[in-house]
Design a binder for this molecule. Structure first.
Ligand code: HEC
Length: 191
């Protein structure tokens, strides 16, 4: 009889179509995880590249590609320097740039002050003398420690930001010193 037991279990398993869990599943009234339709990694076929995913118009690059492909120095700000554009630039600054460049544009924002040297002062003669083309490329595609921001900030917001930065003017011309108190205070405040 003792020998017969394993043989009985074996036969019982064969009778259950080799998977005792199928029988258990039928006995359980609620759904089990393995009832879900799911894919194993790499089981799903990746869709092919959609035609038009790289934007073109009349065979020329369009969308963001038109700026990347444009010859150096050829980009011009399409937005007028009116109060609406400048107001939009200032608003965008509060969303996308202030955390690094700071409320006084000198680079001592909450994130910016951890950079050494600080992010560039937007009211420095260096920035104020840059062309719209240079500013657009630095902001959009990054430069040295600067993050690329073209996929975060819309084209209109970038051009508005540039008009607004240019409207700030250089501190030297206004006889102002570059404020740096926040940076020293925050560094010294760390015990
Ligand atoms: C993560 C922090 C960070 C954010 C966010 C940031 N900046 Fe900067 N920015 C920097 C740093 C750091 C530099 C100095 C880059 C260098 O020369 O290494 C810099 C430099 C610049 C320069 C000078 C680029 C050049 O060609 O020398 C401009 C213009 C500028 N930022 C504009 C902006 C604007 C406009 C925004 C918002 C859309 C922005 N930045 C958001 C950190 C930041």
């Amino acid at each position: 009889m003792k020998r017969g037991l394993p043989a009985f279990v074996f036969c019982a398993l064969v009778a259950m179509a080799c998977n005792p869990f199928d029988v258990l599943d039928d006995m359980i009234s609620y759904e089990r995880m393995n009832d879900q339709e799911s894919f194993r990694p790499y089981e799903a076929r990746m869709p092919g590249v959609v035609p038009g995913a790289v934007p073109t118009k009349d065979g020329k690059p369009a969308g963001e590609e038109q700026y990347k492909a444009a010859p150096m120095g050829s980009l011009e700000n399409p937005l007028p320097a009116g109060p609406n554009t400048i107001a939009r630039g200032e608003l965008s600054y509060g969303y996308f740039c202030i955390q690094c460049h700071g409320s006084r544009y000198n680079g001592d924002g909450t994130v910016g002050q951890s950079f050494a040297p600080l992010p560039t002062d937007l009211r420095s003669p260096y920035i104020q003398q840059m062309s719209a083309d240079e500013l657009f490329r630095s902001i959009s595609y990054g430069i040295q420690r600067h993050p690329p921001m073209w996929y975060t900030v819309s084209v209109e917001d970038r051009w508005s930001l540039i008009r607004w930065i240019q409207s700030l003017g250089a501190r030297e011309e206004a006889g102002e010193a570059i404020p740096s108190g926040d940076y020293n205070r925050s560094v010294k405040a760390i015990p």
